[in-house]
Design a protein. Structure first.
Length: 269
């Protein structure tokens, strides 16, 4: 588990609130006909349509769709990014409301890379429909289980403009096998990877191997690791201990989403 039930993303303080946001809990349909839940947060349109910004598909941790990520989507929308959080368990748990006792791990082990990526694609297409021609494109932002899938979503099959992964395991991991490191040659969209330097699940040498693989494949990227930060440090329940790392990670994410190529040009030496 990445977060406690009462956890909140450390992005709400100072978040601009002068934009009207439309939110909706809806059902989307994947390529195989599966209906799955999604939460959308969309900046209200004007006569000119949405601003020229990237839409964002948010890929949560293994617990799927819940409050932490709904608040994150709303914060992204306040920064101009139409956002959609997907749930992973439409095939095994339906789209009904779930309590804190939902046995998410029983369902997580029944997911596959193919189904998660297909649901991501359906959400990206939905955002393109909502945003219309004024939207600059679609990116992914994922956490833990979702961070790994965000890295993999940089494949050209999705046509994404960028991918951001927070502490997603990049190497070989069961039951899914080879990860983004082993498949770096398949990844073409710009990648921002955010890691905790004290994360026991993703040691520094694994982050280094991912960096080397992306460099060898000429995948545009920047990987950031925060010393002493644990897995899932991006959470207000850590009080002020990792506030600076969280703030920097959030600011980097926003800068990257505003202009992936520009961010990499000015940041990567």
């Amino acid at each position: 588990m990445c977060f406690e039930p009462d956890s909140m993303p450390p992005v709400l303080a100072g978040c601009p609130t002068d934009t009207e946001i439309r939110t909706e809990l809806t059902a989307l349909t994947s390529a195989d006909g599966t209906r799955f839940a999604a939460f959308t947060a969309i900046p209200a349109t004007s006569e000119q349509g949405l601003v020229d910004a990237l839409g964002v598909v948010v890929l949560p941790d293994v617990r799927g769709l819940y409050g932490f990520y709904q608040q994150l989507a709303i914060a992204l929308a306040h920064h101009g990014h139409p956002s959609a959080v997907i749930d992973y368990y439409g095939r095994t748990a339906g789209i009904g409301t779930r309590g804190d006792d939902f046995p998410f791990m029983d369902h997580a082990v029944r997911t596959s890379e193919a189904t998660v990526q297909a649901d991501l694609r359906a959400a990206a297409d939905h955002l393109r429909t909502l945003g219309g021609p004024a939207m600059a494109g679609v990116a992914s932002v994922g956490f833990c289980f979702g961070g790994r899938h965000a890295f993999l979503s940089a494949s050209p099959a999705h046509g994404l403009a960028a991918a951001v992964g927070f502490y997603g395991v990049p190497g070989i991991a069961g039951p899914y096998g080879p990860g983004p490191t082993q498949r770096a040659s398949e990844l073409t969209a710009p990648i921002l990877g955010i890691f905790g330097g004290a994360d026991p699940y993703i040691p520094p040498d694994e982050v280094g191997a991912f960096d080397s693989a992306l460099t060898a494949s000429r995948t545009p990227h920047h990987l950031v690791s925060y010393p002493d930060a644990p897995h899932s440090f991006f959470d207000v329940s850590h009080d002020d201990k990792h506030a600076e790392a969280s703030r920097d990670a959030w600011n980097r994410t926003l800068a990257f989403l505003r202009d992936p190529a520009g961010y990499l040009r000015t940041t990567v030496q």
